[in-house]
Write a protein that binds this ligand. Structure first.
Ligand code: PFF
Length: 454
């Protein structure tokens, strides 16, 4: 497909896919969605979706990608040449990727701005209400968020042009472990703050009376978003996975790492939220308001500003985690472009990034200056967020899993999962049952009830 095709090793493949999965979805989105929909009860539903549907979808996408060696648009017709109409499911996924990327780059830009604010000492001077005002003023301003969005888009394009192995894989291998260490440090700090236990209760003690139909739908959307499944990115990454890789093991690794990191983010944030007397339902600004408070609490009244140093490192790493996810979204779109004759990878990357910056810029402005402009009663930011995190991925996921369960020959799926008969796949019947019945039914049910209740 391209001169950069393929990850260099199984470890590299896992790290790149973990890089795609772990990002703002775990650290920025999971805590605020969990807070919004009731904490512990949401968490349980989320975990069920992650392991029963998300992981099955990940294997499904890997099978489609590795077997066809193409992006979703070409993959479906390759696997079932008599059913060409399935390419539209691939296109649907790519459009979803485009929308996600637009919004993703806005938040990534916020993260990058917070690196600068942390390094300049601005955040260290603010108390929790000051941080709240600071976030509001920044996110609603007209120019600054768009400048950082554009810088982030440039970084993403630069890594894409660097290639799959030298760009995507290298960045992921280095940054992911450091991010984990820092998150653990933050967790320890957060749970030792005064009054922290209320936050742990909120996260881990389920109160099912708080759970709503919308909450269940949001949990499904979050599970798919967090694992980067349901829009075809993992089909593209699947086409890069080495032939001898065990797709079950790879999927388990990615799912477990992604979930642990989301849980760590919850443990780092909720105790601090309660300790600082903030609202767990604080919305998209939660991480940006709460974590600097935790960092500031580490700064002694005089001397070395350890919290400030941590704060800079944290926002740099969060930007890196966002970068590896943004790369996977752009890579999927660029790989699709490269399937057409005479389309240069570099040109596709630049043109797509420009389009994404325009839509992202409009989303960003809809938080501030354009907040009066509503579509279906929502500002553009909220509309794209709702579409990409709640409705489109479950629908696309439903079609993808239906393809595996009902359209692709079972023998081909088994052949791919067993690496052409060289691996034992005792789990195949269970996987096929989940993909044929459980996942499509659950996806359908949750989508329909969510839409009806919404
Ligand atoms: N999984 C990423 C995160 O949690 O931040 C976001 C994402 C990446 C979603 C790639 C979808 C995707 F295709």
């Amino acid at each position: 497909m391209t001169e950069n095709k393929g990850f260099s090793s199984n470890f590299g493949a896992i790290m790149a896919a973990v890089g795609s999965a772990v990002g703002l979805g775990n650290i920025w989105r999971f805590p605020y969605i969990c807070g919004k929909y009731g904490g512990g009860a949401f968490l349980i539903v989320y975990l069920c979706f992650v392991f029963c549907i998300g992981m099955v979808l990940m294997m499904t996408e890997f099978v489609i990608g590795r077997r066809s060696q193409h992006t979703p648009v070409a993959a479906y017709p390759i696997l079932r040449p008599d059913k060409k109409g399935w390419r539209y499911v691939g296109i649907f996924g790519m459009v979803t990727c485009f929308l996600i990327l637009s919004l993703y780059l806005v938040i990534s830009g916020w993260t990058l701005n917070y690196v600068v604010d942390a390094a300049s000492g601005t955040l260290a001077q603010l108390d929790s209400s000051g941080l709240e005002l600071h976030f509001k003023a920044f996110s609603e301003s007209a120019v600054r968020p768009i400048v950082f969005l554009a810088v982030f888009a440039l970084l993403t394009v630069a890594v894409i042009l660097g290639g799959v192995q030298k760009g995507v894989e290298k960045v992921s291998k280095l940054m992911m472990p450091i991010l984990v260490v820092l998150l653990v440090v933050l967790c320890v700090r957060s749970v030792t703050m005064p009054g922290a236990s209320a936050g742990l209760d909120y996260l881990f003690k389920p109160d099912f009376s708080k759970l709503t139909g919308q909450g269940v739908l949001a949990a499904l959307g979050q599970a798919l978003f967090s694992l980067s499944v349901g829009m075809g990115v993992m089909i593209v990454y699947g086409s890069y996975i080495p032939r001898n890789d065990n797709l079950l093991k790879t999927s388990i690794w990615i799912t477990v790492c992604d979930t642990l990191i989301a849980l760590c983010a919850g443990v780092a944030i909720f105790p601090a939220v309660f300790s600082c007397g903030l609202e767990p339902t604080g919305g998209p600004g939660l991480v940006f308001k709460v974590l600097p408070t935790v960092f500031n609490s580490m700064n002694p009244s005089s001397g070395f500003m350890v919290g400030t140093v941590f704060s800079v490192i944290f926002f740099v790493l969060l930007s890196m985690a966002a970068l590896t996810s943004a790369i996977s979204l752009l890579e999927a779109l660029v790989a699709w472009g490269s399937e057409y004759p005479n389309r240069k990878r570099s040109v596709s990357a630049i043109v797509l990034a420009l389009c994404v910056v325009v839509l992202g810029g409009l989303c960003s402005m809809s938080v501030g200056g354009l907040s009066g402009v509503k579509v279906a009663g929502l500002g553009l930011f909220d509309l794209v967020d709702k579409l990409t995190a709640v409705y489109l991925p479950p629908l696309c996921a439903l079609l993808t899993v239906a393809f595996i369960g009902w359209v692709m020959p079972a023998a081909d799926i088994k052949d791919e999962l067993s690496n052409h008969g060289t691996l034992k796949v005792g789990y195949f019947k269970a996987f096929y049952f989940l993909a044929r019945y459980v996942a499509p039914l659950a996806l359908l049910l949750v989508l329909v009830t969510g839409i009806v209740n919404g």
